[in-house]
Design a protein around this ligand. Structure first.
Ligand code: SF4
Ligand code: SF4
Length: 283
């Protein structure tokens, strides 16, 4: 932690204990992560004739390596080249006899036999109900089990399966969310397309109505013009019914206006003269 915080150096090495009657010079070595176990054993003088099993980790929590051609990882704290006396072969596992010894030694007060039962049946939900993830994999239960059941291996298996299941659930949930977002996007694009088409149709209808000279309710300017024209027509009709015709003579001179009035009077008198009579000649 000090290397990372004070010197900015990531975890690239760790101390590994090489021990057991199967190694010539047991010792602690600082080694780069990724170094081969066979290389480390070579640094410790190689194997003695007593080496029976190579265990990564301690005698209780460790696991047997089937080859020393594996790398050191950040969790590799010990490499045990055990003799037959140090790590006797437990023999084949037999059935659980429900003796309860595993539960007696569990430092976390779990029920190892129940977790074993459900892990073996791959009932992962039940293993979690029995607090599988509280297990610190200390190996005490396996050590005392008279049936030599590799209990910790079952718990590791169940944990890995549970993590896989959780990952699958998360990825299925993400896929569901992506699918719903896609459907929503398609629906939104479809709605926008329909709206655009409706607007286009309305614009076309307005333009064709304008070409035909028909006003539309949607064009208030045009409606106002039509209303003004209507009012003017009504006023004109009222004046006509009262016998008043528009003269538009205000801008003319008095002489011109007199001539117009005289012409109007002649028109009226000729219209009132009976047929066959000649109108009186103007002197
Ligand atoms: S110690 Fe072994 S045999 Fe006994 S209850 Fe636990 S799992 Fe079963
Ligand atoms: S390995 Fe787990 S279940 Fe077994 S004794 Fe240790 S903590 Fe308890």
């Amino acid at each position: 932690v000090a290397d990372a915080v004070l010197r900015g150096r990531p975890l690239i090495s760790r101390y590994v204990t090489l021990t057991g009657e199967g190694v010539v010079n047991p010792r602690n070595l600082e080694t780069l992560i990724g170094t081969s176990c066979s290389e480390l054993i070579g640094q410790a003088g190689g194997y003695t004739g007593k080496a029976q099993r190579l265990i990564m980790g301690g005698p209780m929590m460790g696991f047997t390596l089937h080859s020393d051609n594996v790398p050191v990882v950040k969790a590799s704290n010990c490499l045990l080249a055990a003799s037959a006396r140090e790590a006797p072969d437990p023999g084949a596992a037999s059935a659980c006899i429900r003796c309860g010894k595993c539960a007696e030694v569990c430092p976390v007060s779990l029920l190892p036999q129940q977790m074993y039962w459900y892990a073996r049946a791959k009932d992962l939900e039940k293993t979690q109900e029995y607090n599988l993830f509280d297990c610190i994999e200390c190996g005490c239960c396996s050590h005392v089990c008279p049936s030599h059941i590799p209990l910790v291996q079952y718990y590791r298996f169940a944990k890995n399966e549970s993590w896989d299941l959780e990952r699958e659930k998360k990825s299925a949930e993400l896929a569901r969310q992506r699918h719903e977002a896609k459907l929503a996007r398609i629906a939104r694009l479809e709605a926008e397309k329909k709206e655009r088409a409706q607007k286009k149709r309305a614009a076309l209808a307005r333009s064709s109505a304008a070409k035909r000279g028909v006003g539309t309710e949607a064009d208030p300017k045009k409606a106002a013009i039509e209303a003004a024209l209507k009012r003017a027509a009504e006023k004109k009709a009222q004046l006509a019914s009262a016998g008043i015709k528009p003269q538009n003579t205000e801008h003319l001179s008095d002489a011109q206006q007199r001539q117009i009035r005289a012409a109007d009077a002649r028109r009226v008198s000729s219209a009132e003269t009976p047929t066959g009579e000649a109108p009186e000649q103007e002197r």
